[in-house]
Design a protein around this ligand. Structure first.
Ligand code: R5P
Length: 318
């Protein structure tokens, strides 16, 4: 495969810059802007003919604009005769609409997969999908990375005396169990119920023992912060001595970070798969950079090395 080129949409240029720093190459030049009629325009400002092109764009706020920008960038690269195009979605938006669980609802996560493919992407690189099955919504190769090692190494270094990993709902319990295994800690599970189609949730019970322990509540993403703040209160009520939280994707919509700042949570550890505005970086929030993980995966995809081996090495080091 010919020369590696990294381009960035407008959503997370800082991440693209850090990935390029890891790879020791400059960010590719492109102009992306909106006309007065809100139509997005993209022009690639350097030759990409036969090149191995990666486009970095999380589908995060502003979600719909991020998505359309990504699709138009893929189209521009395709028409500029790029050799191979990889859509890098550190965060896969709409992933929570991944099944038809009520009458007459869409499967938007599948629609997004179709749009990315039809636009002309040859591969997808992403991090911690809300549901692993989304990989199968594509008929092109998908590499899904995980931030589990970043998060588990952070808590290993913290050396909490008596930790327990807590899945914030049943859906995340398998991945929470993996985190627990890496920390040699037991697992507890919160029974959570979503109230209607909105963002309100109700925390019901804790399955497992947390008394006298330091709870590490685990989720794939924090959106409004409701689930994690409720979880902290219930865990303290059940006897946990302190509650930490961690997740891969800090969506932090509405007043999430203010809620976290005012909550009983001791610390919230996240990665930067999506940008976090300065005013949202409250002291309780610790951000672990994801760029080297993505940079290493891009290097391996470009040179034909195994991506899975990155994690096998981590597992061997456990
Ligand atoms: C949902 O199923 C996800 O795994 C998270 O639990 C959810 O996004 C958290 O949302 P919020 O922070 O709004 O409670």
């Amino acid at each position: 495969m010919d020369e590696l080129k990294i381009f960035s949409g407008n959503t997370h240029p800082d991440l693209a810059r850090s990935i390029c720093q890891y790879l020791g190459i400059p960010v590719g030049k492109a102009e992306i802007f909106e006309f007065s009629n809100e139509n997005i325009f993209v022009r690639v400002l350097e030759n990409v003919r036969a090149r191995d092109v990666f486009i970095i764009q999380p589908v995060s706020s502003p979600v719909n604009k991020s998505l359309v920008e990504l699709l138009i960038m893929i189209d521009a690269m395709k028409r500029a005769s790029a050799g191979r195009i990889t859509a890098v979605l550190p965060y896969y938006g709409y992933a929570r609409t991944d099944k038809k669980d009520q009458p007459r609802v869409p499967i938007t996560a599948r629609l997004i997969a179709d749009l990315i493919t039809v636009a002309g992407a040859n591969r997808v690189l992403t991090v911690d999908l809300h549901a692993a099955q989304i990989q199968g919504f594509f008929n092109i190769p998908v590499d899904e990375l995980t931030a589990l090692y970043l998060l588990s190494n952070y808590f290993k270094d913290k050396a909490l005396p008596n930790p327990v990993v807590v899945a914030t709902d049943v859906g995340i319990s398998k991945r929470a169990r993996d985190l627990a295994a890496k920390l040699d800690a037991p697992l507890a599970i919160i029974e959570k119920r979503r109230l209607g189609n909105g963002s309100k949730t109700e925390t019901l019970t804790v399955i497992g023992d947390v008394k006298g322990m330091q709870a590490i509540a685990f989720d794939d993403e924090i959106d409004t912060g409701g689930s994690i703040v409720n979880a902290a209160n219930v865990l303290l009520r059940e006897g946990a001595t302190e509650v930490y939280a961690c997740c891969t994707h800090p969506i932090f919509s509405d007043a999430a970070t203010q809620k976290i700042a005012e909550s009983t949570l001791k610390q919230v550890v996240v990665t930067d798969t999506v940008p976090i505005a300065k005013e949202k970086r409250v002291p309780k929030i610790t951000v672990l950079p994801i760029a080297s993980l993505l940079g290493e995966a891009i290097h391996r995809i470009h040179t034909g090395l195994s991506v899975g081996a990155m994690f096998e090495q981590e597992d061997a080091g456990k």
